[in-house]
Design a protein. Structure first.
Length: 198
């Protein structure tokens, strides 16, 4: 083959430029990927992943206490002998807002069956928390936990950045069921019913 018929060899600069363009295209494609199911407004959604724990496999009872946004003392130990549903939330969390009416409805449905609800608010001061509760008609109490003292007591049961999360505690105060992410109302009702029947 003569020198005139041989295709030109790409220069080193041309190869590096092509590689750079390809890398940039891959990076832009990754940045455009839809991650809305996992990350939004600073929370990590668990997408409603559920766990139910058989009585013989449950850990020790959870112990936590504090003062509610209304200034009342609250202790999980005071709810032994009944079920306690614990919901971790904060006001600007989109799935927290979505699930709030369902949590209130379920709270009302089970109030006379020995089931109590409490919220653990991990970010808000009293103003935004009370505005949220008023907006959604929430009547059960919530505890502020900006210093993460209660979340420390819930370690191993609730991931620190998985908000919202909901726990169902049995009559002994042990975690019987868990929802990481926003609740499905029928799933939470089913969990409560199973623990009530124990």
């Amino acid at each position: 083959m003569s020198a005139q018929s041989r295709p030109p060899r790409p220069s080193r600069r041309g190869l590096l430029g092509a590689a750079g363009a390809a890398s940039t295209a891959l990076l832009l494609a990754a940045c455009g990927a839809d991650t809305s199911g996992r990350y939004e407004s600073g929370y990590v959604s668990g997408d409603g992943v559920t766990t139910e724990i058989a009585p013989a496999e449950r850990d020790e009872p959870l112990e936590f206490s504090g003062e509610t946004f209304d200034g009342e003392d609250f202790s999980s130990a005071d709810h032994r002998g009944e079920l306690l549903v614990v919901n971790v939330w904060y006001a600007s969390c989109p799935p927290c807002r979505k699930e709030a009416p369902d949590l209130q409805a379920i709270h009302e449905e089970y109030a006379d069956q020995g089931v109590s609800f409490v919220g653990i608010n991990v970010r808000d001061s009293a103003g935004p928390a009370k505005a949220f509760e008023e907006s959604y008609g929430i009547t059960y109490p919530s505890l502020p936990d900006q210093d993460a003292e209660i979340m420390y007591e819930l370690r191993g049961q609730v991931a620190p950045n998985a908000v919202p999360s909901t726990l169902v505690l049995d009559r002994e105060g042990r975690v019987a069921a868990r929802i990481s992410g926003g609740i499905d109302p029928s799933t939470l009702r089913s969990m409560i019913d199973k623990v009530l029947d124990e």
